[in-house]
Design a protein around this ligand. Sequence first.
Ligand SMILES: Cc1ncc(C[n+]2csc(CCOP(=O)(O)OP(=O)(O)O)c2C)c(N)n1
Ligand SMILES: [Mg+2]
Length: 580
Amino acid sequence: MSPARSNGGDRVAAVLQAHGVPVLFTLCGGHISPILVAAKARGIRVVDTRGEAAAVFAADAVARLTGIPGVAAVTAGPGLTNTVTALKNAQLAQSPLVLIGGAAPTALQGRGALQDIDQRPLVAPHVKQVRRVRRVADLAPALAEAFAVAREGVPGPVFVECPVDLLYDEASIRQWYAEAAGKGTALPDRLLRWYLERHARRLFAGASGGDAPRPREIAPPAASDAALRRAAAALAAAERPLLVIGSQALAQATNAARLAQAVAQLGLPLYLSGMARGLMGREHRLQMRHARREALREADCVLLAGVPCDFRLDYGRHVRRSATLIAANRSRRDARLNRRPAVAAIGDAGGFLEALAAELGEPAGRAAWIDKLRMRDNEREAEIDARAAQQGEHVNPVAFFRTLDRVAAQSAVFVADGGDFVATSSYILRPRGPLAWLDPGAFGTLGVGAGFALGAALVRPASEHWLLWGDGASGYGLAELDTVVRHRIPAIAIVGNDAGWTQIAREQVKLLHDDVGTVLARSAYHEVARGFGAEGIEVRRAAEVEPALQRARDLAAAGRTVLLNVWLDQTDFRDGAISM
Ligand SMILES: Cc1ncc(C[n+]2csc(CCOP(=O)(O)OP(=O)(O)O)c2C)c(N)n1
Ligand SMILES: [Mg+2]
């Protein structure tokens, strides 16, 4: 057995392998080197980013698209502190991931070692569980448990701290401790030697061999039969039922096709949000895209599947008081947030929809209700067309996304990271299928884009990947173009260049009459991309849009990473939309 195969780093890698982890995201550090080397040796792709946040965002995207927890490994101290925003984002998006953190050697913790801080209080509020491993024998069981905890119940991130002296082989660590203890003969020296020898013995106690623990089966939580029957009865009796499906319904990522079939069978008009966008394909007769607020106000029975009554539903006020509210959610808290539902179906929202379809059988018609919603939807589409026809000096974002929607491949995956530019995209772009749209989720985090696109492209190599960036948001991730190019990922980034943090500027200027802090330059982002070895294309005029998009697709098909820097016109398309 080679040294790499017998150390703690390999124990960690073996658990990742046993759980089918395709890729380990990282930014290196001395504390975690043995994990990276062992992961590579076991055939796990190691993708090294330029910032730890991007590594965790990428792991988050992998989790959302595969249902298997994504994994990132970061070094002790600042490596970990840099992940906090991405961890919180994953927690609020209920995305299961395993974050492995390095730590100072166990015997030196609390004694002023390099990058030695108390990591638990830093991450504990943002994860489901913190495990600080203290013995080599506990590495594999702790990690296997982390995978299970991340997925069970309400999914979310888990943190496992692996001190560096657990990751190297026993002989090296014993020698290292022996050298640290010195050769002095005075009593304190002899005492230190005795202490460190005993410490090393404890680290490796019971650590002889053993296969990696097998992945634990995690059954999705199922709502009670009583809740199912009551929900079915309420929906069957309703004249104007409405279904809203959110991210959590896609927690069982591999069930997406089955879920889509069940939802079609239910025959209820529906809205999709977050990770559920695209569930019913590009178009479906039951799916509405616009005027959700009006529809919710008119519906007499509303089923929220994996959707909490948070700010996105105006804290529940969008649903009329007299409507029968059914909340299907893994989280008891989310099911009751701000509004008490008539039926709380606590369990997996996707599974609940499938069970409901089986329970209800043939759908009732409700053609008039569906037609009414459809008509309003069509009216809004016509308004968007009128907006798209407006011409200015540069590019009209509404027209831009109409064009992108037309030319993007059937396999396209869209990643949204920005303010007004991506909010506009979400009105207009139609994800082609399930799990083909990624946005930050409830945390509204700018800066998710590069990591999300990286993760998505790695687990969906046959798809066309579009990273939609506001020019402001792009600043968080431009250096990751280096990662994307080095790892030969043919993603297409689009920077919506309006020389500003427009979503914020809009309101700030209106209410406070000053744009301070919200103005950017029309920077040459395409030249930045070229510096990292990507193809950079600048688009200043409307007529250049379609040829540029086609060229970007051709370049990506040939394996190149591309960035389009698109100069935008001011638009009032998003006037009135607020960001608080
Ligand atoms: C990490 C983070 N910082 C700040 C914000 C506040 N914020 C929301 S939208 C926005 C403007 C985004 O600008 P840009 O990406 O250029 O998109 P635009 O609105 O200009 O289209 C800002 C700063 C945020 N959501 N997340
Ligand atoms: Mg902008």
